[in-house]
Ligand binder design. Sequence first.
Ligand code: MRU
Length: 369
Amino acid sequence: MKIQNQSYRTIWLDPEDEGTVNIIDQRSLPHKLTIEALKSLEESAAAIREMHVRGAPLIGVTAAYGMYLGLYHAPSNTDWATFIPAAIQELQETRPTAVDLFNVLQRVQIALQGKSHQQELVSIAKDLAAEVAEESVAFCRSIGEHGLKIIEDIYEKNGNKPVNVLTHCNAGWMACIDYGTATSPIYAAHDKGIPVHVWVDETRPRNQGARITAFELKEHGVPHTVIVDNLGGHLMQHRMVDMVIVGTDRTTRNGDVANKIGTYLKALAAYDNQVPFYVALPSSTIDWTIENGLCDIPIEERSGHEVKYIQGLEQDELKKVLLTPAESPALNYGFDVTPARLVTGLITERGICEASEAGLSALFPELNG
Ligand code: MRU
């Protein structure tokens, strides 16, 4: 996708230095475009933990490149049998909810098994990171093609009036490598000339909607309006939302989805108002080992500081200001689980299915085993 008419991805190997991986540091968006150079496993782990990069697919790809950087920069006399599991563990401990992180690291672990020459280890890790990145791009592109049909249907049914889509958090290209998941059908529709307008939930406390989704849509010229997280229900009651599309960090085999905190409330409001509620996901975010999302998906708890302080631009400088009484404690769960019964459909790279084990298994028979 483009920023100021220049094509970007969210992560790329530095063309001039094999030992550097570049990312967009998303903490300063939308006010500053900061490109950060990652030069080690530790820097990659910190970038995930402190959310320079975020979003399930991008977390997975950053972890893969983190392994590559760790292997590339390690001294040649490293004991690989100790180094590799320790590196995987360090990356696994960065964020608990997005299953891509664990799925990708498992792929890396399997690929490196039995290898002990540094050159070979480095080359395997580098190829795998690039492969996972390309896979994500292809998955997101296909999600766009499948989701486009839903938007086209609504457009026709509504007598060719603009389609109002509500989204939560950022499941856009900044959360992936390109295109995004929830945003991919929106971009596809916009590019095809179907008028779409997006209601962008600000998504407290880190405001990924207000900062990042709004930035992406603005750069691509998609009409949008940023709203406070509490407005969605009201808009739905007044028929101002035609559909909801969100992403997911972990989807259980029976179609429950864990996504950014507040998603569940939007699903409830959508259900009560008969607004279709779709979840867009690449198969990399399915956790086939889990059946009950509410009991079994690990929910990240982050620092209360993220709730108590808010960041903004003041005279060209990014500043954080205190919002609450300094003494008030704050609770900050990052995700909630929307049960499958509230989900109208799952938009995947292989098509749209019911949010159920039968639906997912029909599309991905080889994965459910
Ligand atoms: O905490 P974040 O910003 O990593 O959370 C991101 C989300 O909740 C996204 O909706 C999810 O990762 C899907 S990304 C395509």
